[in-house]
Design a protein around this ligand. Structure first.
Ligand SMILES: N[C@@H](CCC(=O)N[C@@H](CS)C(=O)NCC(=O)O)C(=O)O
Length: 316
């Protein structure tokens, strides 16, 4: 079950959507510090100092894993992965341990950083091993830090937020977040028909818009893959396996959109990206961690995902 901390104490509980007319409103990230390339800053970029905590199921954490992989920062920023199914919220195990602090639950990390923390216990978390504090639990910021502040160690042939495209990337990111990335959650966690209906319409008109944009461009901003594409990718990769059924986002599958499905496959086939996609964690997390939506706890066996299928000799 998921839950939250109140004055450093763990409580079980879901978001109270009655307070928001049945609509799901995502909790804000509480830690928004910034690692800087500048060695005199409070959190200076350095190899081996920072640790990333993720869930392979979570689309927000997934973007940080992708940025770490694309920038070749695996040996600079170490990683711990939580169990896909929540117990006292996100948890570690013998198979998936906390490599830095040896904690059993993610909420212990939050109280280690701030003893009286009140709020939800979210992934991803970027942890500082020197000050034993949370630098950030906001994936958008973490992706930017990996892209911009670790250039001394990173593979800089890939730039996720190039200067010339920043204005347009910011605009598209806002649109994607509101209507698609968070839009699927607003469908799935709505507790009133009207809130669900509004989220559903926003989601599919946004997907229609992206589908037509991708008729003229390979990627969202043209021929270059940017941060915006990876933001969309993490939602698209979960869509047919989870959001169509579990979150009732069922007007169409991504597979039914010719351009979006081509685009999803193209991103999936970028070097090492397949290693960041764990469909087993994704399915088990969603179908088993929200008992109010899926009380039987049955994890669907399908669907067969074409973007995960090997590419044939003819490239199809
Ligand atoms: N704005 C945050 C959102 C992170 C977030 O909502 N993570 C979800 C997992 S997909 C979480 O940890 N939820 C636990 C909860 O709400 O209790 C980010 O992008 O980093």
């Amino acid at each position: 079950m998921s839950g939250y901390l109140k004055n450093g104490q763990w409580h079980e509980g879901w978001y109270d959507t009655n307070k928001t007319s049945g609509a799901f409103v995502r909790a804000d990230s509480a830690f928004r510090n910034w690692i800087k390339a500048d060695p005199s800053s409070r959190y200076p970029a350095a190899p081996g100092r920072y640790h990333l905590y993720v869930s392979l199921a979570c689309p927000w954490a997934h973007r940080t894993i992708i940025a770490r992989s694309l920038k070749r920062l695996e040996s600079i920023i170490s990683l711990s992965v939580v169990e896909p199914v929540m117990t006292q919220g996100w948890a570690f195990s013998k198979a998936l341990p906390d490599h830095v602090n040896g904690f059993q639950f993610m909420h212990q990390l939050y109280t280690a950083a701030q003893a009286d923390y009140t709020g939800r216990v979210l992934v991803p978390v970027l942890w500082d091993t020197v000050t034993r504090s949370i630098v950030s639990n906001e994936s958008a910021d973490i992706v930017r830090m990996f892209d911009q502040e670790f250039t001394e160690w990173a593979d800089n042939s890939i730039e996720l937020y190039p200067e010339a495209l920043r204005k347009e990337i910011d605009k598209i990111n806002d649109f994607l977040y509101e209507n698609i990335n968070n839009g699927v959650y607003r469908c799935g966690f709505a507790s009133r028909q009207d809130a669900y209906q509004a989220a559903f319409e926003n989601l599919f008109s946004a997907l229609d818009w992206v589908e037509s944009r991708l008729a003229a461009h390979s990627f969202l901003l043209g021929d270059t893959i940017t941060e915006s594409d990876w933001r969309l990718f993490t939602t698209l990769a979960r869509f047919d396996a989870v959001y169509v059924g579990h979150f009732k986002c069922n007007r169409n599958r991504i597979e039914d959109f010719p351009n979006l499905s081509r685009y999803l496959r193209q991103l999936y086939l970028q070097p090492d990206i397949d290693d960041t996609v764990n469909i087993d964690h994704i399915k088990r997390h969603y179908y088993l961690s929200h008992p109010h939506i899926n009380p039987s706890g049955i994890v669907p066996a399908g669907p067969i995902l074409r973007f995960c299928a090997p590419v044939g000799d003819d490239g199809s």
